[in-house]
Design a protein around this ligand. Structure first.
Ligand SMILES: [Zn+2]
Length: 146
């Protein structure tokens, strides 16, 4: 069961830039990495097209999802989770997020963003209908490209 997300600073910065660019709409994307015991190590962030017509929700383009899954096959890496932004500034699961039928142990990173303040972050993982908070550990290291 994932309890920690190891997130390199440059990756967090990249997701923050994605969230700022999409504001006041939601950005979304997938997180590539590895599961290491109870930790999920993020190695790359992949912005994915948001198909949702409403500005305050997101729907990952499945084509982007499949493309990334294919490209990771045999690399020892996998899609460990997703990220999206909340333009209302609140980095917490919305009722819509909670209702989403996702796969177990899939990490959800949320960036709460408003027009000017700093971005707030939260992370969750789902187990059936249950959601648990995941600790975000920021590391200095750069994402490797191997
Ligand atoms: Zn949300």
């Amino acid at each position: 069961m994932i309890a920690r997300l190891l997130l390199p600073q440059p990756l967090r910065d990249a997701i923050a830039a994605d969230a700022r660019a999409a504001f006041p709409c939601e950005c979304c994307g997938l997180i590539e990495g590895r599961r290491e015991g109870d930790a999920a190590r993020a190695l790359a962030a992949h912005p994915v097209r948001n198909l949702a017509p409403e500005p305050d929700r997101f729907e990952l383009d499945p084509a982007g999802h499949f493309r990334l899954m294919r490209s990771l096959r045999g690399t020892g890496r996998e899609i460990i989770g997703c990220y999206h932004s909340h333009p209302n500034g609140r980095a917490e699961l919305s009722s819509r997020d909670r209702a989403y039928a996702g796969e177990d142990n899939f990490v959800w990173l949320i960036a709460g963003i408003d027009a000017e303040g700093p971005i707030s972050w939260s992370c969750y993982v789902s187990h059936g209908v249950d959601w648990r908070m995941v600790e975000i550990a920021i590391s200095e290291e750069h994402a490797s490209c191997t």
